[in-house]
Design a protein around this ligand. Structure first.
Ligand code: PAF
Length: 278
């Protein structure tokens, strides 16, 4: 595995790769979920580039940028074992040189749920993902379904800005008790970790209710919310995954998403469950 710290080094390494190149962008602190993206990329592409960059632009004031887990040596070793050809691990100044001004502002898709709760988050994500795409020039890029709205924003950016990149959605990887894997799970105390699967349990209740014909989404959300404590609800919603605006009434014969965010102490967990209405 070659490691590049600058865009120039990355482009030199990229030029030596032949065949379709798959790209897995990450913020490090890698877990099985990330490695499943690499495995998918290896199945689909001749070569794989991964990036590790904790993107300051997608953290709001008071969020966890400073304490976000950073495990660069373990990440590099895991990516090498997983068969990554090139690791791009740039510095903050390399990605955002002093004086950088331009950002990518997503449209209405980014206004709801995560975008509503974390102002500026999707501008930060879209900007760094576009910069990474420009640096790596991949044929395909692999994103986890756990961050479903992020995936939708990236898909929309690729479509609206004519980027020749195939965006591949990869299934959520869960712990045996249902908790979606996340680098932020490392923050959880044993008590919080024990409560954390309740988000998935509440979303499953919500999805089952809608799949069984409940049309009144607000009533179904209120029932699912009761399954969350001791987690504190941020939001539970049912959305069309192409739009992300919370629905009040579930339409018939629709492929929807039950999506939610909840706090275990100060740690914010997100998750989602697919649902098809009768
Ligand atoms: O999902 C993530 O880890 C990040 O949002 C991403 C896509 C690497 C951009 O910083």
């Amino acid at each position: 595995m070659r490691t590049a710290a600058t865009v120039a080094q990355l482009r030199e390494a990229r030029a030596s790769l032949s065949g379709p190149v798959g790209f897995v962008p990450t913020m490090g602190a890698l877990h099985e979920g990330h490695l499943s993206l690499v495995a998918r990329a290896r199945e689909r592409c001749a070569c794989v580039v991964a990036s590790v960059f904790v993107n300051p632009l997608q953290f709001g004031p008071g969020e966890d940028f400073d304490r976000y887990p950073r495990t660069p040596a373990a990440d590099a070793a895991a990516l090498e074992r997983a068969g990554v050809d090139v690791l791009f691990a740039p510095s903050r100044d390399e990605m955002y040189p002093p004086g950088a001004q331009f950002t990518v502002r997503p449209g209405p898709l980014a206004a709801y749920l995560e975008g509503d709760r974390r102002p500026g988050f999707f501008t930060g994500v879209a900007t760094v993902v576009l910069k990474l795409f420009n640096a790596v020039a991949p044929d395909a890029a692999f994103f986890g379904q756990k961050d479903a709205q992020q995936l939708a924003v990236v898909r929309r950016m690729v479509r609206d800005l004519d980027l020749p990149i195939d965006i591949v959605a990869c299934p959520i990887v869960r712990e045996p008790d249902g908790l979606a894997m996340s680098s932020r799970n490392a923050y959880l105390t044993p008590e919080q970790r024990a409560a954390a699967p309740r988000l998935h349990a509440a979303l499953t209740l919500l999805a089952d209710a809608i799949a069984n014909g409940a049309r009144d989404v607000d009533a179904a959300v209120a029932r699912a919310e009761a399954a969350l404590p001791p987690l504190k609800m941020d939001y539970l919603a049912v959305v069309d995954p192409a739009v992300f605006e919370p629905l009040h009434e579930a339409p018939p014969h629709a492929a929807l998403l039950a999506a939610g965010a909840a706090f275990a102490g100060a740690t914010r967990l997100i998750d989602n469950v697919e649902v098809r209405t009768p």
